[in-house]
Write a protein of this length. Structure first.
Length: 514
């Protein structure tokens, strides 16, 4: 049956491909890009969570961009120098850079952009920067409060915007950048059309333009790709990838494991989850190997802690807690929980072990996984309810807040930005940590030492200690890192490996159409 389906699809693609040659002429040099979220504001100073983030690498310039090896290469900045004795960075901006309205990009624009990012999307590095001074129209000096030879890596991805108009209302709908493409038009949150910038300082793109189309249904985006109606599909399912494996000569693939990890975060302020033995027991009760192998069909890795997996910051000696229902029950008994008279439900002091898991309505697979976790816990006599709510409502309940019991969410394990880690897992402000107000004195102490440390080896050692401590405390069950499969039609020829990461997308302007 499956082979017949695959054969039918191959025939369909071949036929549609022939028709597509008539519908979309080969001389049409437009990159068609399906994005999985509505566009929203196109002002990068206002948002970092909508579909507009897919547009930014084409529309705006960055100070510098990592190459395929992760080393920073010049973009808008042609040089950057750090003086450790003076705690000072000096950045030189290229002289021939122009915004899309032909006005020059100046130091004032760079200063304005950095300062606004540090009060918004990049707020977690704000305390590192003391001041920014204008040396000339193409040179700025950044004075730090503490030594940080890696500071440029924390701000490279800030979009540089024109100071004089970036805060105007019209900028959100029709922005002006200095990137390889200019804004042409938009259709609400559904479509954005860009055209090549013939004054781009690195040379005009071989592409005529880029059209971004919001497609909420990933299955639909995949069929659009097969039918030749789009060039890019994000995060196709493993099932669809297996079908497309018969057509590999027609597509570029990028398969990678996200640094983001899925976590069932517990409210450690809630008496139900205040005992570390209870949190450990819940993790032992959840069959994570089954989730990865069956529900993700092998396209994922079990998460073990907040430092990610297979990175220099991750403690390689640390192993994920095992799936062990018996150990889970033993820990629950030690914490005072026992089955009721009917041997059905766990109870303690007359209270049944019952709680609610919040889950984003925007995620199909996470909802399935939340319901599977519910079944795992029910086998022990724990009643878990799954409540599906909009993204913004759930975030408001647990980010710097404790108005929840448990939430299935995702956190970033990118440890090149220790200040963000500090804000995520320690109460750096009166609002509490971002992770549901979790707090542990030893984690806070070690994390502050990590942020203040400059020696790479000492930073790694501190990361290992922090990870071991958090993995023991289990403020949440670290579930999995998802493996992503992105696809692009091979009618697009690439000068570098295909990637839709922020730095990878920043190189797509060099692509050509076969």
């Amino acid at each position: 049956m499956i082979k017949s389906l695959i054969l039918s699809l191959i025939i369909m693609v071949a036929v549609v491909g022939c028709n597509d040659d008539r519908q979309v002429p080969q001389e049409n040099r437009i990159l068609r890009y399906d994005i999985p979220a509505p566009v929203g504001s196109l002002n990068p100073l206002q948002t970092d969570s909508s579909g507009s983030t897919f547009v930014y690498p084409f529309l705006f310039s960055y100070l510098c961009i990592p190459d395929e090896k992760g080393d920073l290469q010049p973009d808008l900045a042609v040089s950057w120098v750090y003086d450790p004795s003076a705690l000072n960075w000096t950045i030189e901006i290229r002289e021939n850079a122009r915004f899309h309205d032909s006005t020059p990009v100046t130091s004032e624009d760079v200063k304005f952009s950095i300062q606004n990012y540090l009060t918004g999307p990049k707020g977690y590095v704000r305390e590192t920067l003391k001041s920014i001074d204008i040396i000339s129209s193409t040179r700025i000096s950044m004075q730090l409060n503490q030594g940080d030879p890696d500071f440029i890596n924390k701000i490279w991805d800030m979009c540089i915007v024109p100071e004089l108009i970036a805060e105007s209302k019209v900028f959100s709908d029709s922005p002006i950048g200095s990137g390889p493409f200019k804004f042409k038009l938009r259709q609400g949150d559904q479509l954005v059309d860009l055209v090549a910038n013939n004054e781009y300082y690195a040379g005009m793109s071989p592409l005529e333009g880029v059209i971004f189309s919001y497609q909420a249904d990933k299955e639909k985006s995949w069929t659009r790709l097969l039918a030749g109606k789009t060039d890019i599909a994000h995060e196709i399912t493993p099932k669809n990838y297996q079908i497309m494996s018969y057509l590999k000569d027609r597509f570029h693939f990028n398969i990678y494991t996200l640094p983001w990890y899925s976590i069932l975060l517990y409210n450690t302020k809630d008496p139900l989850f205040s005992d570390v033995r209870v949190r450990q027991a819940l993790t032992h009760a959840i069959n994570r190997p089954y989730i990865v192998e069956k529900m993700l069909t092998g396209y994922g890795k079990i998460a073990k802690g907040p430092m990610g997996i297979d990175t220099e910051y991750s403690n390689q000696k640390l192993m994920p807690l095992s799936y062990d229902p018996q150990k889970s029950m033993d820990l629950l008994r030690l914490a005072g929980w026992s089955l009721d008279e009917d041997q059905l439900y766990l109870q303690k002091d007359g209270r049944i072990f019952e709680f609610t898991i919040l889950c984003f309505k925007e995620g199909f697979i996470p909802i399935r996984i939340a319901n599977y976790i519910k079944l795992n816990l029910f086998e022990l006599g724990i009643i878990a309810h799954v409540q599906i709510l909009p993204y913004e409502e759930i975030v408001g309940r647990y980010v710097g807040n404790n108005q929840f019991q448990a939430v299935l969410t995702e956190f970033n394990s990118d440890n090149s930005r220790p200040e963000f880690f500090l804000k995520l897992w320690t109460p750096v402000s009166c609002d509490g940590s971002l992770s549901g107000c979790f707090e542990d004195k030893e984690v806070t102490r070690l994390t502050r030492l990590m942020v203040a440390e400059n020696n790479p080896e000492k930073i790694k050692a501190l990361c290992h200690q922090i990870e071991a401590r958090i993995a023991f405390l289990q403020p949440g069950t670290f579930l999995y890192h998802k493996t992503i499969i992105d696809v692009m039609s091979n009618r697009i020829s690439l000068p570098s490996p295909f990637s839709l990461t922020q730095e990878g997308a920043s190189r797509l302007w060099r692509a050509t159409v076969k």
